[in-house]
Unconditional design. Structure first.
Length: 409
């Protein structure tokens, strides 16, 4: 059974999230996106866990349903500890085998820190001890280092991270078999680090509003939709069951390049080195981004795919494509109306972006929309990389746009 999964997201109980991040909003947008399995997010939060318990209906082997959409219990937690005189802040995505397993994890984590202050709790515990605590409470649970390269809150981040999983997690590293690449990196970047070859690389949206669901996802072909089948496909990195990941173009991620947002300065790693790590405008240290950090840890040249690596496909969200075609903002009424029309006609955003033959799309979309989607699929794009918390910008060179310089004018 083919199944598109987005397992990293947040509820309305997390800071800086939409009030529509509830079960109704998640189910509604999962259908519009064409997502088959959605993470609950934030199962550690007591009020959200109570809502999940009250409204999710078990459908077997760790999966639950609401309004025709399957859910799996997930959460993100922040581990904060001191290591070698530096404060480390590493986020982990948790997958629980079922509601009972999630409840056991909650009981264990509540002994370490407060779970009701935020949907993504901050816990004063090392990564190694967190792994031990979660698996001690629920042995079938899965811990995934989240958005592994972002500067401040990740296992390899330039500001608080480590150079290897073994350095970060000690003896517990053997229990981690999956890594989330994050919006600012893609699998090809991670393939440059041979120490990651044993891990299944996953991608999820980390959505804070329901319309952001599915901007990254994983595509499976499972014998049946179940927690155990999904975890088995990840653990074994089986390309027959774990088909590919759906990726943001990493340049569009907000920490791809180095830079200093206050001065509007974005730098490639070589430029950062030339400026000795400082902003050429104000001379303050720049935020070292994901590309730079990958270069620091890489022991392979670009372009080598390790044996057993799961493939990936890159996309641009449909509202961004329509915004360029129509010459309007992604949130404007005209773009949203055309988005709704196409989604209702063709059965979901990801179907349109990934699978729908262009000749079929031509029956219900304008030639410029078809041209734009064809160029996105081919990677024929001009991209201004994101940096220091600023998303990058992607432009599609449509027929009347001949010079790359004009695309960002």
């Amino acid at each position: 059974m083919r199944l598109i999964a987005d397992l990293h997201l947040h509820s309305r109980y997390s800071r800086a999230t939409s009030p529509d991040m509830d079960l109704l909003g998640l189910a509604h947008w999962a259908k519009r996106k064409g997502i088959d399995l959605v993470g609950t997010g934030d199962f550690t939060h007591p009020r959200w866990f109570a809502e999940l318990s009250a409204h999710l209906l078990p459908v077997g082997d760790g999966l639950y349903a609401y309004d025709g959409v399957r859910f799996l219990y997930t959460a993100e937690v922040a581990a904060i500890w001191s290591h070698e005189s530096r404060t480390r802040r590493v986020h982990f995505l948790l997958l629980a085998p079922d509601a009972e397993g999630a409840a056991k994890v909650n009981r264990e984590l509540s002994r370490i820190g407060s779970l009701d202050a935020d949907g993504r709790p901050m816990l004063g515990i090392s990564g190694e001890k967190l792994v031990d605590a979660v698996l001690g409470a629920s042995p079938e649970a899965v811990l995934i280092p989240a958005h592994a390269w972002t500067p401040w809150y990740s296992v390899f981040g330039s500001q608080s991270g480590f150079d290897s999983l073994e350095e970060a997690l000690g003896a517990a590293a053997v229990h981690v078999f999956t890594l989330e690449t994050g919006l600012s990196s893609d699998p090809a970047m991670n393939w440059r680090v041979s120490g990651l070859d044993r891990l299944a690389l996953v991608s999820f949206s980390d959505a804070h509003s329901p319309s952001r669901l599915g901007r990254e996802a994983c595509v499976f072909d499972l014998p049946e939709p179940s927690y155990s089948a999904l975890v088995s496909a990840l653990r074994e990195r089986d390309p027959r069951r774990f088909l590919y990941t759906v990726e943001f173009y990493p340049e569009e991620g907000k920490y791809h390049y180095d830079g200093h947002r206050a001065c509007g300065v974005a730098l490639a790693p070589t430029e950062t080195a030339a400026h000795r790590g400082t902003c050429p405008v104000c001379n303050r240290p720049v935020t070292v981004g994901v590309l730079h950090r990958v270069e620091e840890l890489a022991d392979r040249p670009p372009g080598i795919r390790p044996e057993g690596a799961i493939p990936y496909r890159s996309l641009v969200p449909l509202p961004e494509i329509l915004a360029q075609v129509l010459g309007r903002g992604p949130e404007t009424k005209g773009v949203q109306a055309e988005y709704s029309r196409l989604v209702e006609r063709f059965g979901g955003e990801l179907m349109i972006l990934l699978d729908l033959p262009l000749e079929d799309l031509s029956a219900g979309a304008s030639p410029r929309v078809v041209e734009a989607i064809a160029k996105v699929r081919a990677g024929d794009l001009a991209i201004r990389p994101g940096y220091d918390g600023q998303y990058g910008e992607i432009r599609i060179p449509l027929k009347e746009e001949h010079r790359e310089s004009s695309l960002f004018s």
